[in-house]
Design a protein around this ligand. Structure first.
Ligand SMILES: Nc1ncnc2c1ncn2[C@@H]1O[C@H](COP(=O)(O)OP(=O)(O)OP(=O)(O)O)[C@@H](O)[C@H]1O
Ligand SMILES: [Mg+2]
Length: 249
């Protein structure tokens, strides 16, 4: 279980997160939602200790999460990845295995197998020798999902993995989430999309600097909570399963 207590994060004079507390149960698929600037990326990075928190603590099991980074697979928001970095699809995913076979050493046969399987799972094995900069946005997202899979971590923190993906890829990604859940993985996934895909998550964390609500999607996506998070009146939003992902803040 992941336990977050009273997490507060400031950037110089910007108050990004205030007093965030929540628990994620093992094996849960949890969506992290909120408008632009709500602090979703900040929260994920603060959980990992990539940016300092002013106060609060993050425990995984009975120890600080930052002491157990091997247990965590992190996919940053795509705007934070250097897509011009001269490396191939295969090497990006193999990076997830480096701590298994040792930095600078040849990959083990097992790592080669795992990387191949992960790329196959996301439908990217045929493009394994492509430079990552020579992929479409959705293909790049698939590669980073493969990297998270190949790491074989227990906890996955994915920052907007569905940005730039089409409907077919989205369905594939949700199928993979379900498989990972069946393997007992815990996943916290930031997203902007409302509508049908909310049904895929066991729980949502609704964030806007503060944690506005946590719970089953249908329970917490009330007009009051939506207004608190997004500043919208209920009649100003469309919240219906049968239409395209509706809300890009
Ligand atoms: N490096 C930084 N320095 C100063 N302020 C920052 C920095 N990074 C983020 N912020 C601010 O912190 C707040 C939270 O930003 P964050 O990127 O976590 O939001 P987000 O919910 O991930 O937004 P988005 O949906 O656009 O990705 C915003 O007000 C943002 O301007
Ligand atoms: Mg973000």
């Amino acid at each position: 279980m992941l336990l977050v207590q009273c997490l507060t994060v400031n950037y110089r004079n910007v108050s990004a997160l205030r007093d965030i507390s929540f628990k994620l149960r093992a094996g849960a698929l949890v969506g992290l939602i909120g408008p632009n600037g709500a602090g979703k990326s900040t929260l994920i990075k603060a959980l990992l200790g990539l940016i300092p928190a002013q106060s609060g603590r993050v425990l995984y099991g009975d120890r600080p999460l930052i002491q157990q980074r091997r247990q965590v697979a992190y996919v940053p928001q795509r705007s934070q990845i250097d897509w011009d970095y001269p490396t191939t699809v295969w090497n990006v995913v193999m990076l997830a295995r480096s701590r298994h076979h040792g930095w600078g050493r040849s990959p083990s046969r097992q790592s080669v197998q795992i990387v191949g399987d992960a790329l196959g799972r996301v439908g990217m094995l045929d493009l394994k020798d492509r430079p990552i900069g020579a992929l479409s946005g959705g293909q790049q997202q698939r590669v980073f999902l493969a990297r998270a899979i190949a790491q074989e971590a227990d906890l996955l923190l994915l920052d907007e993995p569905l940005a730039a993906v089409d409907k077919k890829t989205e369905a594939l990604v949700f199928q993979i989430y379900d498989e990972l859940k069946a393997e007992g993985k815990t996943m916290l996934i930031s997203c902007h999309e409302w509508g049908g895909i909310l049904n895929h998550y066991d729980e949502l964390l609704l964030l806007n600097q503060q944690l506005i609500a946590q719970g089953a999607p249908q329970e917490i996506m009330t007009p009051e909570n939506i207004q608190l998070a997004y500043g919208l009146l209920p009649h100003q939003k469309h919240f219906h399963d049968s239409v395209e992902p509706l809300f890009f803040c």
